[in-house]
Write a new protein. Structure first.
Lengths: 156, 427
């Protein structure tokens, strides 16, 4: 972990590295999409700051997770345009398909489901984001189909 | 429509990705060459004459802001491009970054040159993976073409732009919170003054501008202040990108010259409500904006006229609710959004939103009484007047405007509902 973190911090300018960008890069490098306690220690050591400071920044931002998440992240937009376009039905269909609530991870560690404030895709609401890809104008059935293809791909 | 024929600033009707070659073949980067060869003071004067104002929401005059950074004694200066487009219902900066990246980069380079900044940071919200990757590639291309980096177009001026990512915080669109976030701290707002133009990133003078604002600059420098003023009105020159969403036939981005009415925006640009439906309310300016009824749509899109009518243009989001929608559900959604995004630094915002959420839930469940509605208004006023930053000050806009225009929806949900919400006060 120390080596991975040291490399990221080194690329970003060592002690002058921007902490939030380091946290995001460390999280992206983690297969479980989170910043572990060990990673926090390594960041603090590499950047010569206190762990408290690393936690202070890490815990403020919604997109930084201090707990392990699934290898794939499904984010459901919760804002008014998506809400009016049928977000609740999509959320329910996906929750049923995965057997988890928003904020939880499937038992096999494959998928986490999250509700987010806004995806900036209101021109195709209701929108969801699967890892780096935004899907819009979805019906609950189409949303479930996206999840199924992700599961099939993930199990290969 | 005739407005499609005329040359605007973005011409978004084309819906085309303009790569570097296409951009240059249409005269792109001509403005930069012109600015690099001219007296910077004259270029700043052109921007001021054009009357360009910030398009992120605060509508501060752009030329003046550049001048404030430029006139600072400190030589180490920064430019920050605010692409933390967090206002729900807004997707204009997303469009610019994915379709017109070089128009943005040319604008950034001109602004940086005029402000005397040689280091820039493009702060893109976390949710925007595609815009981030297009911008990363475009920055690299511009560098290879000598349009960014060392000695731009042989002028001796150098500018490096680094890409930063947000991490899901709406508040980081506020400029002082944005600075804290870039510096690696929690994205909480700071006291102003000092303003970022005086002491910004790492304590150095910093020009912070929105993506849309900067992307206006090349066209103004190319075609002149008079041309720019020929679009829009005396009060608000130029055009505004409007993000249309909700119960409307056309959802998407349109470019509207200032002076057009919101009725034009909803019915002409947006094609009106879906068949058989009527417009019930229009939310302008996103979650932090207001809800207005159909009768008010004749107000023109113009900073002065909107301010007088109590409308905040904000980021230019226009979200339409038809007659099947509940106002309370939508206001409740906004309150939940702000409660999640509040940083918790000041009490009015943190606690006011919590109380507002409790009352909204009671109302929706049919458990509220009129006293609750009065309290909701009281708490919201406190939030508006006493919150530390713009988030808390604007969080209650949907509450206050909906109480004003749709008071009967609140009253009808109360167990002891009265006909007139303001009956007691006016008596």
């Amino acid at each position: 972990m120390q080596a991975v973190v040291q490399e990221i911090v080194g690329q970003m300018g060592n002690e002058k590295a921007p902490l939030l960008q380091v946290l995001l890069a460390v999280q992206d490098a983690s297969p479980r999409n989170y910043v572990s306690e060990e990673a926090v220690r390594a960041i603090a050591r590499s950047m010569k700051v206190s762990r408290c400071r690393v936690y202070s920044t890490a815990s403020f931002y919604t997109e930084i997770s201090l707990k392990p998440r699934g290898r794939h992240l499904i984010r459901i937009c919760g804002n008014a345009p998506c809400e009016n376009a049928g977000r609740t039905a999509i959320m329910e269909a996906i929750q049923q398909e995965l057997g988890i609530e928003a904020g939880e991870t499937t038992a096999d560690g494959l998928i986490s489901l999250e509700k987010v404030s806004c995806l900036g895709s209101c021109y195709k609401s209701p929108a969801i984001k699967v890892d780096h890809q935004v899907y819009g104008n979805l019906t609950p059935e189409e949303a479930v189909a996206v999840i199924r293809s992700l599961r099939e791909g993930g199990e290969q | 429509m005739s407005m499609i024929d005329c040359q605007l600033v973005f011409n978004v009707e084309n819906r085309e990705y303009v790569d570097l070659d296409l951009y240059r073949s249409r005269g792109g980067y001509g403005a930069l060459a012109k600015v690099l060869a001219a007296d910077p003071r004259e270029s700043v004067y052109v921007l001021k004459e054009a009357g360009l104002k910030g398009r992120g929401g605060a509508s501060f005059p752009t030329g003046l802001k550049i001048e404030m950074v430029r006139s600072n004694q400190e030589q180490e200066r920064y430019i920050i491009i605010n692409a933390d487009e967090g206002e729900p219902g807004t997707f204009k900066d997303r469009y610019i970054m994915t379709h017109l990246p070089f128009q943005l980069l040319e604008g950034v380079t001109i602004a940086a040159y005029l402000a005397g900044a040689s280091r820039g940071i493009l702060y893109v919200r976390h949710e925007y993976d595609e815009p981030r990757s297009v911008m990363r590639e475009s920055i690299a291309q511009a560098k290879r073409a000598g349009l960014l980096g060392e000695n731009i177009l042989g002028s001796g001026f150098s500018l490096d732009i680094e890409l930063f990512s947000g991490a899901g915080s709406y508040l980081c669109g506020e400029e002082t919170a944005l600075l804290s976030s870039i510096e690696g701290r929690k994205g909480r707002p700071q006291v102003k003054p000092p303003y970022p133009t005086q002491q910004g990133l790492w304590g150095k003078p910093t020009l912070i501008n929105n993506v849309e604002t900067l992307s206006n600059i090349p066209k103004i420098m190319e075609k002149g202040a008079l041309w720019y003023r020929s679009l829009g009105t005396e009060d608000s020159p130029g055009t505004k990108l409007i993000s249309l969403s909700g119960d409307i036939r056309f959802r998407g981005l349109v470019e509207v010259p200032f002076g057009a009415s919101f009725r034009d925006i909803v019915y002409e640009y947006g094609g009106g409500p879906k068949p058989g439906r009527k417009v019930k309310a229009v939310n302008i300016g996103g979650a932090s904006g207001v809800l207005i009824p159909e009768e008010m749509l004749d107000v023109p899109l113009e900073y002065g006229a909107c301010a007088r009518a109590g409308i905040t243009i904000g980021s230019g989001a226009v979200f339409v609710l038809d007659d099947t929608r509940s106002i309370l559900d939508n206001v409740s959604n906004r309150i939940n959004f702000f409660l999640h995004e509040s940083c918790g630094k000041c009490t009015p915002c943190r606690e006011g939103l919590r109380q507002a959420q409790i009352i909204m839930e009671k109302l929706i469940a049919g458990q509220a009484v009129m006293k609750d509605v009065q309290n909701l208004e009281r708490y919201t006023r406190v939030m508006q007047n006493a919150s530390f930053c713009g988030l808390g000050q604007a969080a209650g806009n949907s509450v206050i405007s909906s109480l004003h225009y749709y008071g009967e929806e609140y009253c009808s949900r109360c167990k002891d509902g009265e006909e007139d919400l303001y009956g007691e006060e006016s008596a």
